[in-house]
Ligand binder design. Structure first.
Ligand SMILES: [Zn+2]
Length: 448
């Protein structure tokens, strides 16, 4: 990992210094686009700081030579959703929140960078940690007035004829007359659901739909040794590499989910997980330095994450996030098992978040009397049979994040601009302050 990182960094700096043989007018044969859903500057910098404190190294994505502020508003709102921002990043046009790959009138299909790359003869891959017909990945192949029409977007996926799909399963794959997976197989896709089946495929095997049967990938914090975005990307590169070149979009889709839930510890591990996938692209770029472009962006900010907290003033304690050992979702499940006994709940909080109810008052992870009271109150309000034990989870995570010197202002998206990072052939076109639609406008020119 260390070796890969430093090699990637060296490659980035070499390009920055103009040491690459590629001229600015050249077009990349290989284009990688990465999207962190809900990943804006606070998410990136929190993860950067955590990584530096834990490993001495920042994120690969923050080492890229071109870093540009990127506005995200949709056609009908200052605060975008993932359908409108996905459409903007994929197709280069603004549309309304909720709309996938269509214009504001919802009467005209827009054309995505992936479709342009396909029509230019390039191989196309789409990878995501959430369901493959979720808003962001769907914006690259789908055309529908509503992001909620999962089955129709599944049909669009097949129609796209793209070469590789990997990651989370097709949502609503069985809601129509015929299962999407069966239809994909009939259309010539090799459909596999297990990583071992995917790994067994060889170049030349044709179109591949390699997604989990159902649902998104687990959170990285709960699945550190699992088959992740980076693994799907490594295999996609192996299958798609050839004379035609390729365009591969990889999404870290669950950054957004845990920002909605205001869970910093799980969020930053999702960002780092996406960064590991970017490392895979950098590894490839080292072998094809004059032919590769890597672009990383976010589709919007989620949660109003603040790298500071009223209670901790000028101090920040990001390293305390290391004590969190599971996602909110998993923790609520753990609490459910011990919910009848408050002592068991307290023990679980200490075990999984490092928050202590007793001990030395100087211990920063010791809960104050008012924090203990807050947690007990949430427990008392968890209802009959503690059905709403997730109230305790939310209270614990809020206190935990505040102890790390972090705050959240929203359970929804915000209008904070995101950062777009670029390295490689054509990266120099990412300059100044841009709009999310500019990403597609630039990439369409480069993948033609
Ligand atoms: Zn969201």
């Amino acid at each position: 990992m260390k070796k890969i990182f430093s090699a990637a960094l060296a490659w980035a700096f070499a390009l920055l210094l103009g040491l690459s043989a590629a001229s600015a007018a050249e077009k990349p044969k290989y284009v990688f686009l990465f999207i962190g859903d809900g990943m804006s500057i606070p998410q990136r910098m929190m993860s950067e700081e955590f990584n530096k404190l834990m490993t001495g190294k920042g994120l690969v994505i923050n080492s890229f030579p071109y870093q540009v502020m990127t506005t995200t508003r949709s056609a009908n709102s200052f605060i975008t959703d993932s359908a409108a921002s996905g459409t903007a990043i994929a197709c280069g046009e603004k549309t309304n929140n909720g709309v996938i790959g269509m214009d504001v009138t919802q009467s005209k299909n827009l054309v995505s960078t992936a479709e342009v790359a396909r029509d230019a003869g390039k191989k196309v891959g789409i990878i995501t940690s959430v369901t493959i017909n979720h808003a962001t990945p769907a914006a690259f192949y789908g055309h529908n007035p509503s992001r909620g029409n999962g089955y129709a977007l599944g049909l669009d996926l097949i129609k796209s004829n793209f070469d590789f799909f990997g990651g989370g399963g097709v949502d609503e794959h069985g809601d129509g007359d015929v299962d999407i997976y069966d239809l994909a197989a009939q259309a010539g896709y090799t459909v596999v659901h297990e990583p071992e089946e995917l790994l067994a495929l060889q170049p030349g095997c044709g179109k591949v739909l390699a997604v989990r049967k159902d649902g998104a990938l687990p959170y990285a914090i709960d699945d550190p040794d699992g088959f992740r975005d980076a693994d799907y990307l490594r295999k996609a590169i192996e299958l798609l590499d050839g004379d035609a070149g390729f365009f591969i979009m990889t999404e870290g889709g669950k950054i957004d989910w845990m920002c909605h839930a205001n869970d910093a510890g799980t969020t930053l591990r999702e960002v780092i997980d996406l960064d590991k996938a970017v490392e895979v692209a950098c590894e490839f770029a080292e072998k094809h330095p004059d032919e590769t472009l890597i672009v990383v962006t976010g589709d919007h900010e989620t949660g109003g994450l603040t790298l500071g907290f009223a209670g901790t003033g000028y101090n920040s304690y990001i390293e305390r996030l290391q004590y969190q050992k599971c996602s909110q979702d998993v923790f609520s499940g753990i609490l459910r098992d011990v919910a009848d006994d408050y002592e068991g709940v307290k023990a679980a909080i200490t075990e999984w978040f490092g928050l202590k109810f007793d001990g030395d008052d100087d211990d920063p992870m010791k809960l104050t009397d008012s924090e203990k009271e807050e947690i007990k109150k949430a427990y008392d309000r968890s209802g009959e049979n503690h059905k709403e034990i997730s109230r305790v989870t939310h209270t614990v995570v809020k206190i935990f994040d505040n102890k790390a010197g972090l705050g959240w202002t929203s359970g929804a998206h915000t209008a904070l601009p995101v950062n777009t990072s670029a390295v490689g052939v054509g990266a120099e076109t990412f300059k100044g302050m841009i709009d999310n639609t500019d990403i597609s406008k630039k990439l369409k020119e480069l993948v033609k």
